[in-house]
Design a protein around this ligand. Sequence first.
Ligand SMILES: CC(=O)N[C@H]1[C@@H](OP(=O)(O)OP(=O)(O)OC[C@H]2O[C@@H](n3ccc(=O)[nH]c3=O)[C@H](O)[C@@H]2O)O[C@H](CO)[C@@H](O)[C@@H]1O
Ligand SMILES: C=C(OP(=O)(O)O)C(=O)O
Length: 421
Amino acid sequence: MDSIVVKGGGPLDGRIQIAGAKNTSLKLIAASILTEEPVTLTNVPNLADIRTISDVMESLGVEIARLEGGRVMVLSAASLTSHTAEYDLVRKLRASFQVLGPLLARTGEAIVSLPGGCAIGARPVDIHLDALEQMGAKVELRDGYVHASAPQGLKGCEINFRFASVGATENAMAAATLAKGTTIIRNAAREPDTVALAECLNAMGAQIEGAGTSTLTITGVDRLHGVTQEVLTDRIELGTFMVAPMIAGGSVELLGGRLDLIPCFADKMIEAGAIIEETKDGLKVSRGDGPIKPVDAKTEPFPGFPTDLQAQFMAMMCLSNGTSVLEETIFENRFMHAPELLRMGANVEVQGGVAKVHGVEKMKGAPVMATDLRASVSLILAGLAAEGETVVNRVYHLDRGYEHVERKLSAVGAQIERMSS
Ligand SMILES: CC(=O)N[C@H]1[C@@H](OP(=O)(O)OP(=O)(O)OC[C@H]2O[C@@H](n3ccc(=O)[nH]c3=O)[C@H](O)[C@@H]2O)O[C@H](CO)[C@@H](O)[C@@H]1O
Ligand SMILES: C=C(OP(=O)(O)O)C(=O)O
């Protein structure tokens, strides 16, 4: 299994190209089931998660051509050969559950393995299933699978989400595009990935209004057609690399970066002392002359502080000149990086969903391991300024969501390499 070795070093300098968004790509790929015509996606990142969802799609009969080293994907769901997304594939990637809505809407039947819990929390799917039931689907849980059917098609209705779940909004919205009548989803997610999915579906002939607000109105249409869609910049990769020059010092230009993708996170970075400049190609982030200042943050649905950037922000707060309080409200078990940061000399106290981070002057390299994607990258970030060598093990979590992290960081001067074993 590969590991990443980071040596604390001097300031960073240079440019990093931010890839297309993983979480947008996954949903656009799943949505291609809604049409018989080809869906072409450009700016797709080259990631393990994309390969996994491609396996799920191929198991359903979707033909996939990958061009330009995988950056361009052409998906053709002209003839679906299966209604079943198997446990062995779905367990590898929760987002595989996003085939449920499209499959049900297109064919009237879908059997999808329950994705199950994962390291960051239990992550039930009740909101997804309630929404589909309200649209007239019969939904049963049998042998670890969701069996959903709507032989006469789905029907528009009013749905009030108890929580603005990203995945449930996207599953219900995708399904509603082919329902009879109008569906209104209240307390819908407003994440940029959800807006991008709505835009792609509209470009395929759907009638979705209100994307980016809490109320979506979807007027069902008889069929959707093919599309060519560019995937937007990955805001989580962007936020991750914004933290790097804060920890290591120096300045990095993040190509493709946009402030509107990370409004609250950018404000918190500025409070912590980052200098963020909008350039013609993206965002340039520098560490000012002063120390990293302690900043409190609470994770919230978009446009709030993203849970997917909490671990990286914690790594930075470990080096602040005071105490910050980080509150995790989205997932019940998303502080697994804290004990690993402690190995590196950090001072973090976790109690339930709250972490008190007392900044230390210096961290020290250590062997560490993380059990989820963002936790893994937070340890690499911490390693950029730690004394000595940090070895991050189990990097398959990292490879789910970061393209060549070691190449991108070494290109701006970090001492980092991948060790294969
Ligand atoms: C592939 C993808 O896009 N993943 C993102 C998506 O995950 P995902 O779509 O799974 O996140 P949700 O917004 O659905 O989950 C948020 C919270 O709602 C709960 N919940 C969700 C659905 C449900 O039916 N019942 C329920 O109780 C979850 O357990 C969790 O505590 O949004 C999260 C929140 O921004 C991000 O961290 C993930 O990176
Ligand atoms: C939690 C994440 O992804 P997933 O929802 O696929 O687990 C993430 O991207 O940080």
